[in-house]
Design a protein around this ligand. Structure first.
Ligand SMILES: O=C(O)CCC(=O)C(=O)O
Length: 311
């Protein structure tokens, strides 16, 4: 099938400012991948590490195949097209599919064995623990499903803050297909870190009478923390801070790693197919862990993960 891509990336249907002061390419750190001292200096400076080709490309594509096979079996794909084309079922509204990561051996292999784990052990300098939960995503074609700007800390900050995300495209993702974007220098925005960056999306106010969902805190959760996003409009946000959105034409095998206080978002997917990626988390095993994301059936953002507080 012919894949028609828009000539330029957009965010929620709006053209992005592609001038050099507003938009740029991620810095590649493949040359220092075996040098932990240089990697630490680089992530302190940039807030991220872009590691093209860290993973075996054929292993990554095997993870894509298995994920699509599961998606097809679960009715997420349009049966009129070959599975490999990843064309969404006409009524598909949400492509967040962590449930299809459980027991998905090819995906577990790229995320939790081999080069990914070896990299983290070298980078962190000791035995590494990964979250068991896998944020597996199939981002919808169109102009509604771009990821809104956020820090990861608000979703997973109950353990060590020395926690890292690996964003792993499961296929080639050119800019027009809506890959991840990093807001350059956002890990140094102290005003944002000390306000928004202190939130925990699973806390709720036990003393708010308007809530009808005190047991789960669900309703207050959504209202109080805005679903965890820092802003709706990535373009206005960039402009207000005078920073650049950085991204890349990703290839299967690449990994983009970043810290908990690095603002990120994604652009629109202008292809006809779903954009497949996973995001997974790693830390030193000796440090405290956020229990929401550990175990065979992690509680995640469900009722068991909620904390009541006086607001
Ligand atoms: O894949 C995306 O668009 C979002 C990923 C993300 O938010 C993350 O890796 O933390």
């Amino acid at each position: 099938m012919k894949i028609e891509l828009a000539p330029e990336p957009t965010y929620l249907g709006k053209k992005m400012d592609l001038s050099p002061t507003a938009f740029g390419e991620l810095r590649v750190s493949a040359d220092i991948v075996r040098d932990p001292t240089a990697l630490k200096a680089r992530i302190d400076e940039d807030g991220y590490l872009f590691l093209p080709g860290l993973l075996d490309r054929s292993d990554v594509l095997a993870a894509r195949d298995e994920t699509l096979r599961r998606m097809s079996a679960a009715g997420y794909l349009d049966p009129a097209y070959p599975i490999a084309e990843a064309i969404p079922a006409p009524d598909l509204k949400d492509g967040f599919i962590p449930q299809l990561a459980a027991g998905n051996q090819p995906l577990q292999k790229i995320a939790f064995q081999g080069p990914m784990m070896a990299f983290y052990e070298r980078f962190l300098g000791g035995p590494v623990l990964h979250f068991d939960f896998v944020w597996l995503r199939a981002k919808l074609p169109g102009v509604t499903d771009a990821t809104r700007p956020h820090y990861d800390i608000v979703f997973m900050g109950r353990g060590t803050k020395q926690l890292f995300t690996s964003w792993t495209p499961l296929e080639d993702v050119p800019k027009e297909k809506g890959g991840l974007m990093i807001l350059e220098g956002s890990h140094r925005l102290e005003d944002v870190k000390s306000t928004y960056g202190e939130l925990d999306v699973d806390t709720y106010c036990v003393n708010r009478e308007e809530s009808t969902d005190l047991d789960s805190g669900d309703r207050q959760w959504k209202v109080r923390v805005n679903g965890g996003k820092f802003a709706e409009d990535a373009l206005a946000l960039r402009e207000s801070y005078g920073l650049r959105w950085l991204t890349a034409d990703y290839r299967a095998g690449d990994v983009l790693l970043f810290g908990m206080y690095t603002m990120h978002a994604s652009s629109d997917n202008h292809s006809r197919s779903l954009r497949l990626s996973s995001d997974t988390r790693y830390q030193l095993a000796s440090e405290p862990v956020d229990e929401r994301w550990i175990g065979e059936n992690p509680p995640g953002h469900g009722p068991a993960g909620k904390h009541g507080m006086i607001c």
